[in-house]
Design a protein around this ligand. Sequence first.
Ligand code: FAD
Length: 204
Amino acid sequence: MNVTLLQHTSLEICAQAIRTCWQSFDKSDCGGEKDKELIDRVGNKFKHASTLEHLVYTFYIQGISRALLQELARHRLASLSVKSTRYTLKELKNEESFICKDFERASKYLVLTGVEMVDEMSIKALENLRLVLVQGISNDKAKYCLPESYKTELTWTINARSLQNFITLRSDKSALWEIQNLAHALFNALPEDHNYLFNIKESN
Ligand SMILES: Cc1cc2nc3c(=O)[nH]c(=O)nc-3n(C[C@H](O)[C@H](O)[C@H](O)COP(=O)(O)OP(=O)(O)OC[C@H]3O[C@@H](n4cnc5c(N)ncnc54)[C@H](O)[C@@H]3O)c2cc1C
């Protein structure tokens, strides 16, 4: 998978929002250590967490499975614009047929697990889908035989409060391995001066 941070709000804006409450603008150090400490104290320690909603991040996420996508979409406090299979399945139509152990070529379309039997079955499903498309069946109907491992991409916008919730839940060992990887990739894509706001759990 590949995660790119397209845009983010500077810490100064969040500090400005917090300082609105006490009209203490003169104490700002323009997103420096004083503002960072204020954001942590008010947003995290005092649980005045709505102030963290002023920090917004937009990521471009590529090469995740549709299995992961349906878990990601459960996080309601985020905005998603996802590559549409209805409009893009034709990319598969012009491919040569896939054979069982075509792992490298299939990985353009599929997230592979490293478990040979599972990946071979995924490739069979990919080949079945290709055959359906070659028959001229519309994307609208063909998409119903997509394997869950089929790759997708999306633009994802989320505020810091909701991202804290996402990273805490999804970097935990109890979460799906692929979403754990995503939680780490999102954390690693954050600007360094924002890292301190998030509690990432060690990967396995
Ligand atoms: C390890 C793990 C296993 C899971 N297994 C399953 C499963 O088997 N089946 C399944 O269906 N889901 C499962 N989930 C998904 C889980 O139930 C949540 O839907 C998902 O993690 C999104 O979390 P969230 O609601 O906190 O996030 P968001 O939807 O982003 O919500 C953020 C926060 O806003 C508040 N909020 C949002 N909507 C409401 C509301 N309607 N009422 C009150 N407060 C609200 C809550 O404080 C919430 O934490 C699993 C999640 C994890 C981490």
